[in-house]
Write a protein that binds this ligand. Sequence first.
Ligand code: NAD
Ligand code: TYD
Length: 365
Amino acid sequence: MPGGSTTRDAVLVTGGAGFIGSNFILTWLQSTRSPIVNLDLLTYAGNAANLAALESDPCYTFVRGDICDSERIAALLREHRPRAIVHFAAESHVDRSIVAPDAFIRTNVHGTFVLLEQARLYWSSLSSAGRAAFRFLHVSTDEVYGSLGAGDPAFCETTPYAPNSPYAASKAGSDHLARAYYHTWGLPVLTTNCSNNYGPFQFPEKLIPLMILNALEGKSLPVYGDGKNVRDWLFVEDHCAAIRAVLEDGQPGATYNIGGNSERANIDVVTAICDLVDEMRPCSDDASRRKLITYVEDRPGHDRRYAIDARKIARELGWTPAQPFEAGLRKTVRWYLDNAAWVSSVRTGAYREWIAQNYAERLAL
Ligand code: NAD
Ligand code: TYD
């Protein structure tokens, strides 16, 4: 792809062809002309077409590469001399981490280590003003804090880490490395821990897009366990605005929790999706998609509840989520219905194999 930022204004984004990274780059370039270099391996979850609108934008450069490749990272840093790194690249799906955890340790732990180490070497070579201005923003998850009971207070920045899945453990490991690079060398690291995102471009293995597409196609809607697990849903554009705020004004060494103030039980999310799909694409016999809901065998170690206390970022940086869940869900359903070509381009053979593997042997309860 064209592009070619060589100024110190550039921001290096990793994993920018994935769900949150794509939204971050698209919204970034709508509000600033500060160049972006996007390093992405294009795993099954990455799709360069998410950023097709930027193909001829001189402020956008795409580089296909692996965050575990230290020589590649060093060369990129030398070439583009970025003022910041925003690190999204990861293996991100809990169910996959239960079936095949290796890739999670490789990318999330080792890859983050490689990136931090190369960032440290590059940062050490900068002038003192360059060092003071540089930022490494590590994007993490609320899942590092473990699981809450119904009446427990929400996760805050000082909640002890208690990861329960291989995904959460690998992200916790990466958070600890990021922390160590700040405390040992003073690398200006910022860490964000956010709740479940939803919105356009999310790969349809995750709850919300999977349920929208299954409902649309009249397939069963597989709800794990009793459907009463609770997640705090954050519209992806709100998350991107929070990351911009942390990048510009966050305190180096600090962590910020980011949430949507929208705790919902899974079954309530799925019934809301059924109703929206019924409204936008009524069934010919006027039947409700709710009849497709099927309770299936639970995810092993399934965390019961996540909830984020986002008062620190509101107090210190003035960020609060703007999108109410019901309005954000409506926009998201509309987007998936309007983007059938995108949907069919990401549902490759490998995707169909994953769906078969994850659901075929999950018995209905
Ligand atoms: P995603 O799975 O949609 O995208 C991940 C991207 O990283 C893909 O484009 C993929 O190609 C790329 N990638 C994977 N391995 C790579 C490697 N070795 N080198 C370079 N690129 C690689 O993920 P997402 O949902 O956009 O999540 C982004 C970040 O946000 C992740 O760090 C995730 O842990 C975190 N997060 C996500 C959520 C959520 O709800 N999606 C919630 C909290 C935190
Ligand atoms: P998911 O989107 O995988 O995010 P996470 O596990 O990171 O929270 O799942 C969100 C919730 O939905 C989680 O409680 C598991 C549940 N779930 C189902 O009930 N059925 C499904 O098919 C999937 C993918 C998830």
